[in-house]
Design a protein around this ligand. Structure first.
Ligand code: NAI
Ligand code: MG
Length: 357
């Protein structure tokens, strides 16, 4: 049997990134032993604010060379606003990686887990289980536009939405393919073609065209206003939800918020063609308010590890990690403080690694 070996770039970042990353790695290492594959880790000491304090920049000029061609990047969280303003730390590191590596898919699961209090009344584990797929490179977040007549009574600002056929089709293709792999095979598209009457009808048109290539996948669309309401009122009706950059941004925060703590939410920034590495990271930031106290929940990092393994094709190991996470979440004594427990970051991470072994 061919040996399965993957090169992984590891970037822990700042604050609790440095605390949850070792737990993510602990669980990944347990997975390699249990499922018989190898991860070659290369830790990078840049993309953090201490690096900035020493070098005046977040990453070395030759960061691409330094990172090389790993199978994936495993990322913690970056930001330490006392030393470096957030726009500098984020744009100088994570946002550069996402952009330069054309990670045009932002993928987040929305799943209600046992042991995590649900902010929506009357929902139980199993009721909420879907994915949000966000277009991550174009759409409403464009740099086309400007400001004129500043300071006069003719002052004006303009910012254009850009949708390209390539950009729209590739995100839809990813979303349809994801839906195809799911038991319900249902895709929901976020639109607003009643109000945004040029780009959104185009988006809808491309959805309809793409749907023809996936006859086994059912699909529907909602205007973004009622869609957000339905995330809260009827989360059980969703399977895979796809949206433009702006709509996806909102949905990918709202979705995980509907299922509880930010401490467990993972995400993938994916370049599906594999020309560039994809990056997996928890949704949360570096949490300066709890950094150094050893109370951070490591599950966001650990779930991101599972997403990374799924992406690498280690499906069984990914499922194994998720089962271990579920097992640990069920036990109040193993939960961290954000979930009402008193387990330390390490204790929680270690029990997940043990459950996996
Ligand atoms: P944050 O996500 O770091 O923290 C928000 C709140 O959630 C805090 O009260 C924090 O204690 C709590 N929290 C976050 N993760 C947790 C965990 N694993 N366990 C328990 N509680 C957790 O967001 P905030 O405070 O807005 O940003 C702090 C720094 O992180 C800033 O520098 C910001 O730019 C950066 N940031 C970085 C991100 C990234 O690397 N992808 C994403 C979001 C923020
Ligand atoms: Mg956001």
């Amino acid at each position: 049997m061919a040996e399965r070996t993957y090169d992984i770039a590891v970037i822990a970042g700042d604050g609790i990134g440095k605390e949850v990353m070792p737990e993510g790695i602990r669980v990944l290492e347990a997975a390699t032993r249990r499922y018989g594959f190898t991860l070659k880790q290369k830790w990078h000491e840049f993309a953090n604010c201490d690096y900035y304090a020493r070098h005046g920049r977040m990453m070395p000029e030759n960061w691409k060379e330094e990172i090389g061609r790993p199978a994936a990047i495993f990322f913690g969280a970056v930001g330490w606003p006392d030393i470096v303003p957030d726009h500098i730390s984020l744009w100088g590191s994570l946002l550069q990686l996402r952009r330069e590596y054309d990670q045009y898919v932002n993928l987040r699961p929305v799943r209600l887990m046992e042991g995590v209090p649900c902010p929506l009344a009357g929902r139980k584990p199993g009721d909420i289980d879907f994915w949000v797929v966000r277009e991550n490179t174009e759409g409403e977040y464009s740099s086309v536009g400007g400001r004129m007549f500043e300071g006069t009574d003719r002052e004006m600002v303009l910012q254009e939405t850009i949708m390209t056929r390539k950009g729209v089709d590739r995100i839809l293709k990813f979303a349809f393919e994801l839906a195809q792999k799911r038991p319900r095979k249902l895709l929901t598209s976020a639109t607003k073609s009643n109000g945004i009457a040029i780009t959104m009808p185009y988006w809808d048109e491309r959805v309809e065209a793409m749907a023809k290539a996936y006859p086994d996948v059912g699909w529907n669309k909602f205007h973004i206003d009622i869609l957000t309401a339905n995330f809260v009122l009827k989360p059980q009706i969703f399977d895979v939800v796809v949206g433009s950059n702006l709509f996806g941004d909102i949905l990918s925060d709202l979705g995980p918020a509907c299922t509880g703590t930010i401490g467990i939410a993972p995400s993938g920034n994916i370049n599906p063609g594999g020309e560039h590495p994809s990056l997996f990271e928890p949704v949360h930031g570096s949490a300066p308010d709890i950094a150094g106290k050893n109370v951070a929940n490591p599950i966001g990092q650990i779930w991101s590890a599972a997403m990374m393994l799924e992406y690498l094709g280690e499906t069984e190991a990914a499922a194994g990690i998720m089962t271990a996470v579920e097992t640990v979440l069920k036990q109040p004594a193993l939960r961290t403080r954000d979930l009402g427990g008193s387990a330390s970051t390490q204790a929680c991470g270690k029990s997940i690694a043990d459950a996996l072994s």
